[in-house]
Design a protein around this ligand. Structure first.
Ligand SMILES: Nc1ncnc2c1ncn2[C@@H]1O[C@H](COP(=O)(O)OP(=O)(O)OP(=O)(O)O)[C@@H](O)[C@H]1O
Length: 294
């Protein structure tokens, strides 16, 4: 059975269509990045998964049940973008308090270790930095040993070192068959830390696959050269070319077949091609193209 299923889900906030006919399923044990620009519908999707919001249309299922049932069964853990911590409690007290609410929690020391909080266990929650507080939110999300862990932009307030440790903790937690879905705008995080990337833009599914598949599907490479004042006519008809951009005298041809494009550029046109550059599309280029297209 799938861990998560969205079946033709739409969510309106008044006139705003935040999620638009989204259908997808997530297999148990996978780590999925939900990637999209600001306002794409990532947080709304996570809130729908937690049963905090109800779809306007369609259904959301978690292990074949409603989100509310899955939450009640202690199957879901979530780290949302904001969440107040009880200021008077120490990190250890807070984590222990939350883990005791669950039927089969992780051991306290294990939670602290996974969230890299062992050294901060005695610190009061109101004396933590922003990044440390994020690690406590992560600890609270995993304390109940949920089968499905949802993380909404988990590394937003973390420095480079904290990010590295956070991802190590996330991978340790995911090992052993747990399902993790994390929302991010950081392409490199999606690339490095997930085995599947779901790109959403304006509430719709823009792409779904491994980071490598998304890069390939988004059109491979770009051929750039100094065009100067020469005419652009016909560049968009060269083989493989999907789009042409001309900025400040530099032409960039986005192509799915750079060999054929280059061959035709030299042999099939009378252009004086200088300063030629060939670049492979990274996830960033793929992401921009996909989110513009959709
Ligand atoms: N409570 C609300 N009332 C009205 N509109 C909302 C509400 N919450 C979100 N929206 C709108 O719904 C759309 C999707 O928002 P959402 O927060 O899900 O996007 P997101 O991908 O998580 O964005 P970000 O990366 O900026 O956090 C946006 O247009 C947003 O303005």
């Amino acid at each position: 059975m799938n861990a998560i299923v969205f079946d033709h889900v739409s969510k309106h906030y008044g006139d705003v269509l935040a999620v638009d006919d989204l259908s997808l399923s997530v297999a148990p044990g996978s780590t999925v990045a939900l990637l999209g620009p600001n306002g794409a519908g990532k947080s709304t999707s996570i809130n729908l998964l937690l049963g905090l919001l109800q779809p306007t249309k369609g259904t959301v299922a978690v292990h074949g049940r409603t989100p509310a049932e899955a939450v009640r069964a202690g199957e879901m853990g979530a780290m949302l973008q904001h969440g107040a911590l009880i200021p008077e409690l120490t990190v250890k007290e807070l984590v222990d308090c939350v883990r005791r609410l669950y039927p089969r929690p992780l051991a306290l020391d294990e939670v602290l270790e996974l969230a890299d909080l062992t050294g901060l266990a005695g610190r009061r929650a109101d004396k933590l930095s922003g990044g440390q507080a994020q690690r406590v939110r992560f600890a609270l999300a995993i304390a109940g040993a949920p089968k499905i862990l949802l993380l909404d932009e988990p590394t937003a307030a973390m420095d480079v070192e904290s990010r590295l440790r956070f991802w190590a903790g996330m991978h340790d937690y995911a090992a052993g068959g747990r399902t993790v879905v994390f929302a991010t705008h950081y392409l490199e995080e999606a690339d490095e830390h997930s085995d599947r990337v779901i790109v959403i833009a304006r509430g719709r599914l823009a792409a779904d696959g491994t980071a490598a598949e998304i890069k390939a599907a988004a059109g491979g490479s770009a051929v750039s050269f100094d065009l100067g004042a020469q005419p652009t006519a016909g560049l968009d008809r060269l083989p493989g070319v999907r789009a042409v951009e001309v900025v400040a005298g530099t032409a960039t041809l986005h192509t799915s077949d750079p060999d054929a494009t280059l061959d035709a550029l030299y042999r099939g046109t009378t252009l004086d091609v200088r300063g030629l550059r060939l670049t492979g599309a990274g996830l960033e280029a793929a992401f921009l193209q996909l989110t513009r297209e959709s």
